[in-house]
Design a protein around this ligand. Structure first.
Ligand SMILES: [Zn+2]
Length: 125
């Protein structure tokens, strides 16, 4: 499935520059963050190569789908999983969050995202 086959209402995602608040909550190191319903926030300083930009956006759109199904529960689960995994992985905690594993594993797999069930992330715990 190509990106243009995704129903437009799903991809109607605002792409915004990171403001101060977003930089604070990402501790300044993330190049992008998805905060539905507000949008995908991107760091502006870097001039990114187009293929890298597409990689980042495809990853973030995965988070958009996760958040679409879970709503604000996403933030609660994400935060608590991070709190637990920081004890197991320390600096690797972020990489090992189930939402991040799923977003990496299924990046650009629109067929998967459109048909995904709300708690599909559990497989990636
Ligand atoms: Zn991510």
């Amino acid at each position: 499935m190509k990106m243009q086959d995704i129903p437009p209402r799903i991809l109607d995602i605002p792409i915004r520059p990171m403001g101060l608040f977003v930089r604070i909550i990402t501790l300044g190191w993330a190049s992008a963050i998805t905060l539905r319903p507000w949008g995908i926030f991107m760091k502006q300083e870097k001039t990114l190569r187009k293929d890298i930009l597409i990689d980042i956006l495809e990853h973030e759109i995965g988070h958009w789908f996760q958040q679409t199904l879970l709503g604000y529960l996403f933030y609660i689960f994400y935060f608590f999983e991070w709190l637990i995994k920081i004890f197991i992985y320390w600096k690797g905690a972020y990489k090992n969050l189930s939402f991040e594993r799923e977003a990496r594993d299924k990046r650009g797999d629109w067929e998967y995202w459109i048909n995904r069930k709300p708690f599909a992330t559990v497989k990636y715990l």
